[in-house]
Design a protein. Structure first.
Length: 216
Protein backbone atom coordinates (compact mmCIF):
# COMPACT_ATOMS: atom_id res chain seq x y z
CA UNK A 1 0.00 0.00 0.00
CA UNK A 2 1.32 3.45 -0.80
CA UNK A 3 2.27 5.81 1.99
CA UNK A 4 -0.07 8.68 2.81
CA UNK A 5 1.70 11.90 1.85
CA UNK A 6 2.23 13.85 5.05
CA UNK A 7 3.47 17.39 5.68
CA UNK A 8 4.82 18.50 9.05
CA UNK A 9 4.60 22.08 10.31
CA UNK A 10 7.21 23.17 12.84
CA UNK A 11 8.56 26.32 14.49
CA UNK A 12 11.56 25.10 16.45
CA UNK A 13 13.77 22.16 17.19
CA UNK A 14 11.65 19.67 15.32
CA UNK A 15 12.34 16.63 17.46
CA UNK A 16 8.80 15.34 16.98
CA UNK A 17 9.09 15.94 13.24
CA UNK A 18 12.34 13.94 13.26
CA UNK A 19 10.59 11.11 15.10
CA UNK A 20 7.85 11.07 12.44
CA UNK A 21 10.41 11.08 9.63
CA UNK A 22 12.35 8.26 11.27
CA UNK A 23 9.23 6.14 11.77
CA UNK A 24 8.07 6.79 8.22
CA UNK A 25 11.20 5.17 6.81
CA UNK A 26 9.97 1.71 7.79
CA UNK A 27 8.59 -0.08 4.75
CA UNK A 28 5.35 -0.98 6.51
CA UNK A 29 4.69 2.48 8.00
CA UNK A 30 1.57 3.87 6.30
CA UNK A 31 2.65 7.54 6.04
CA UNK A 32 5.59 9.27 4.39
CA UNK A 33 6.82 12.76 5.21
CA UNK A 34 6.98 14.69 1.93
CA UNK A 35 7.41 18.25 3.22
CA UNK A 36 8.42 20.14 6.34
CA UNK A 37 7.41 23.79 6.68
CA UNK A 38 8.59 26.20 9.36
CA UNK A 39 7.25 29.69 9.98
CA UNK A 40 10.61 30.62 11.50
CA UNK A 41 13.50 30.54 9.01
CA UNK A 42 16.10 29.72 11.68
CA UNK A 43 14.23 26.72 13.11
CA UNK A 44 16.74 23.97 13.80
CA UNK A 45 14.22 21.45 12.51
CA UNK A 46 14.67 22.65 8.92
CA UNK A 47 18.27 21.43 8.82
CA UNK A 48 17.25 18.18 10.52
CA UNK A 49 14.62 17.54 7.86
CA UNK A 50 17.00 18.26 5.01
CA UNK A 51 19.66 16.02 6.57
CA UNK A 52 17.04 13.26 6.58
CA UNK A 53 16.38 13.87 2.89
CA UNK A 54 13.02 15.62 3.29
CA UNK A 55 12.15 18.83 1.45
CA UNK A 56 12.03 21.66 3.99
CA UNK A 57 10.73 25.18 3.44
CA UNK A 58 10.72 28.30 5.57
CA UNK A 59 7.61 30.40 5.08
CA UNK A 60 8.31 33.33 7.37
CA UNK A 61 5.20 34.78 8.99
CA UNK A 62 6.77 38.17 9.65
CA UNK A 63 6.40 39.73 6.17
CA UNK A 64 2.65 39.08 6.45
CA UNK A 65 2.34 41.20 9.61
CA UNK A 66 -1.05 40.73 11.20
CA UNK A 67 -2.49 39.06 8.12
CA UNK A 68 -2.34 35.50 9.41
CA UNK A 69 -4.62 34.22 6.67
CA UNK A 70 -2.33 35.36 3.87
CA UNK A 71 0.54 33.57 5.58
CA UNK A 72 -1.63 30.45 5.62
CA UNK A 73 -2.46 30.88 1.91
CA UNK A 74 1.28 30.61 1.25
CA UNK A 75 1.51 27.51 3.44
CA UNK A 76 -1.53 25.99 1.74
CA UNK A 77 0.06 26.56 -1.67
CA UNK A 78 3.15 24.65 -0.53
CA UNK A 79 1.01 21.84 0.91
CA UNK A 80 -0.97 21.52 -2.30
CA UNK A 81 2.17 21.61 -4.42
CA UNK A 82 3.66 18.79 -2.35
CA UNK A 83 0.47 16.76 -2.78
CA UNK A 84 0.03 16.52 0.98
CA UNK A 85 -2.86 14.41 2.22
CA UNK A 86 -2.27 14.78 5.96
CA UNK A 87 -0.74 17.57 8.03
CA UNK A 88 0.99 17.03 11.38
CA UNK A 89 1.60 20.07 13.58
CA UNK A 90 4.73 19.42 15.61
CA UNK A 91 5.67 22.35 17.79
CA UNK A 92 4.07 24.78 15.34
CA UNK A 93 3.71 27.89 17.47
CA UNK A 94 1.11 29.84 15.50
CA UNK A 95 -2.60 29.86 16.21
CA UNK A 96 -4.32 28.80 13.02
CA UNK A 97 -7.14 30.72 11.36
CA UNK A 98 -10.35 28.93 10.37
CA UNK A 99 -9.07 28.86 6.77
CA UNK A 100 -6.33 26.29 7.34
CA UNK A 101 -8.28 24.36 9.96
CA UNK A 102 -11.26 23.96 7.65
CA UNK A 103 -9.11 23.10 4.66
CA UNK A 104 -7.64 20.17 6.60
CA UNK A 105 -10.63 19.16 8.69
CA UNK A 106 -10.13 15.57 9.80
CA UNK A 107 -6.70 15.55 8.21
CA UNK A 108 -4.66 17.68 10.60
CA UNK A 109 -3.07 16.37 13.81
CA UNK A 110 -1.40 18.19 16.67
CA UNK A 111 0.72 17.09 19.59
CA UNK A 112 0.31 18.97 22.84
CA UNK A 113 2.51 18.48 25.92
CA UNK A 114 -0.21 17.89 28.50
CA UNK A 115 -2.94 15.43 29.30
CA UNK A 116 -5.72 17.33 27.56
CA UNK A 117 -8.24 18.60 28.48
CA UNK A 118 -5.83 19.70 31.23
CA UNK A 119 -3.65 22.68 30.37
CA UNK A 120 -4.37 23.83 26.84
CA UNK A 121 -2.07 26.67 25.76
CA UNK A 122 1.44 27.42 26.98
CA UNK A 123 3.60 26.50 29.99
CA UNK A 124 1.93 23.14 30.45
CA UNK A 125 4.70 21.58 32.56
CA UNK A 126 4.94 24.58 34.87
CA UNK A 127 1.18 24.46 35.39
CA UNK A 128 1.23 20.71 36.14
CA UNK A 129 4.00 21.25 38.72
CA UNK A 130 2.21 24.20 40.31
CA UNK A 131 -0.96 22.12 40.61
CA UNK A 132 1.04 19.42 42.37
CA UNK A 133 -0.14 16.85 39.83
CA UNK A 134 1.16 13.33 40.18
CA UNK A 135 1.44 12.72 36.48
CA UNK A 136 1.90 14.60 33.25
CA UNK A 137 2.00 13.63 29.63
CA UNK A 138 1.20 14.44 26.04
CA UNK A 139 -1.84 14.24 23.78
CA UNK A 140 -2.24 13.83 20.03
CA UNK A 141 -5.55 15.15 18.72
CA UNK A 142 -7.27 16.18 15.54
CA UNK A 143 -7.21 19.92 15.03
CA UNK A 144 -10.50 21.81 15.28
CA UNK A 145 -11.10 25.57 15.44
CA UNK A 146 -10.66 25.76 19.23
CA UNK A 147 -7.11 25.84 20.57
CA UNK A 148 -5.83 22.44 21.77
CA UNK A 149 -9.23 20.81 21.53
CA UNK A 150 -10.56 18.28 19.06
CA UNK A 151 -10.97 14.50 19.18
CA UNK A 152 -8.19 12.79 21.08
CA UNK A 153 -6.18 10.22 19.14
CA UNK A 154 -3.85 9.12 21.92
CA UNK A 155 -2.16 10.05 25.18
CA UNK A 156 1.08 9.12 26.89
CA UNK A 157 1.54 9.47 30.65
CA UNK A 158 4.64 9.93 32.77
CA UNK A 159 5.00 10.27 36.55
CA UNK A 160 5.94 13.61 38.07
CA UNK A 161 8.87 12.87 40.36
CA UNK A 162 10.03 14.67 43.51
CA UNK A 163 12.42 17.45 42.56
CA UNK A 164 11.15 17.73 39.00
CA UNK A 165 11.61 21.07 37.26
CA UNK A 166 9.90 22.25 34.10
CA UNK A 167 12.98 21.09 32.21
CA UNK A 168 13.25 17.59 33.67
CA UNK A 169 9.54 17.03 33.26
CA UNK A 170 9.54 18.34 29.68
CA UNK A 171 12.40 16.00 28.81
CA UNK A 172 10.56 12.98 30.29
CA UNK A 173 7.38 13.87 28.39
CA UNK A 174 9.26 14.49 25.14
CA UNK A 175 10.65 10.94 25.14
CA UNK A 176 7.06 9.69 25.18
CA UNK A 177 5.95 12.20 22.55
CA UNK A 178 8.44 10.69 20.15
CA UNK A 179 6.71 7.31 20.45
CA UNK A 180 3.14 8.56 20.72
CA UNK A 181 3.10 10.79 17.64
CA UNK A 182 4.31 8.20 15.13
CA UNK A 183 1.81 5.68 16.57
CA UNK A 184 -1.12 8.13 16.21
CA UNK A 185 -0.11 9.29 12.74
CA UNK A 186 0.04 5.65 11.66
CA UNK A 187 -3.51 5.08 12.91
CA UNK A 188 -4.88 8.07 10.99
CA UNK A 189 -2.97 7.16 7.83
CA UNK A 190 -4.19 3.55 8.01
CA UNK A 191 -7.77 4.71 8.46
CA UNK A 192 -7.46 6.95 5.40
CA UNK A 193 -6.14 4.06 3.33
CA UNK A 194 -8.88 1.73 4.53
CA UNK A 195 -11.62 4.29 3.96
CA UNK A 196 -10.42 5.03 0.45
CA UNK A 197 -9.27 8.59 1.10
CA UNK A 198 -12.59 10.32 1.77
CA UNK A 199 -12.46 14.05 1.02
CA UNK A 200 -11.26 16.23 3.90
CA UNK A 201 -12.61 19.62 4.86
CA UNK A 202 -14.98 21.74 2.85
CA UNK A 203 -12.18 23.49 1.07
CA UNK A 204 -9.81 20.85 -0.28
CA UNK A 205 -8.31 20.06 -2.71
CA UNK A 206 -7.70 23.45 -4.11
CA UNK A 207 -8.55 25.29 -0.91
CA UNK A 208 -6.91 28.31 -2.43
CA UNK A 209 -9.36 28.38 -5.30
CA UNK A 210 -11.87 30.01 -3.00
CA UNK A 211 -9.48 32.82 -2.35
CA UNK A 212 -8.85 33.85 -5.89
CA UNK A 213 -5.31 32.58 -5.90
CA UNK A 214 -4.29 35.44 -3.64
CA UNK A 215 -0.80 34.17 -3.29
CA UNK A 216 2.53 35.89 -3.03
C1 LIG B 1 6.65 19.53 22.00
O1 LIG B 1 6.68 19.45 23.40
C2 LIG B 1 5.24 19.51 21.51
O2 LIG B 1 4.39 18.73 22.29
C3 LIG B 1 4.84 20.95 21.61
O3 LIG B 1 6.00 21.69 21.26
C4 LIG B 1 7.15 20.89 21.53
C5 LIG B 1 7.87 20.82 20.22
O4 LIG B 1 9.10 20.19 20.33
N1 LIG B 1 3.69 21.22 20.81
P1 LIG B 1 9.87 19.75 19.02
O5 LIG B 1 10.00 20.99 18.13
O6 LIG B 1 9.09 18.67 18.37
O7 LIG B 1 11.21 19.30 19.50
Amino acid sequence: MRKVRTAVLISGSGSNMAALVEASKAADYPAGVVLVVSNTPDAAGLAKARAAGVEALAIDHRPFGKDRESHEFAIQAALEQAGAELVALAGYMRILTPFLVRAWSGRMLNIHPSLLPLYPGLHTHRRALEADDKEAGATVHLVTPSLDEGPLLGQARVPILPGDTEETLAARVLIEEHKLYPACLAEVAKALQEDGYPPPGDAWPGALGKHGGALG
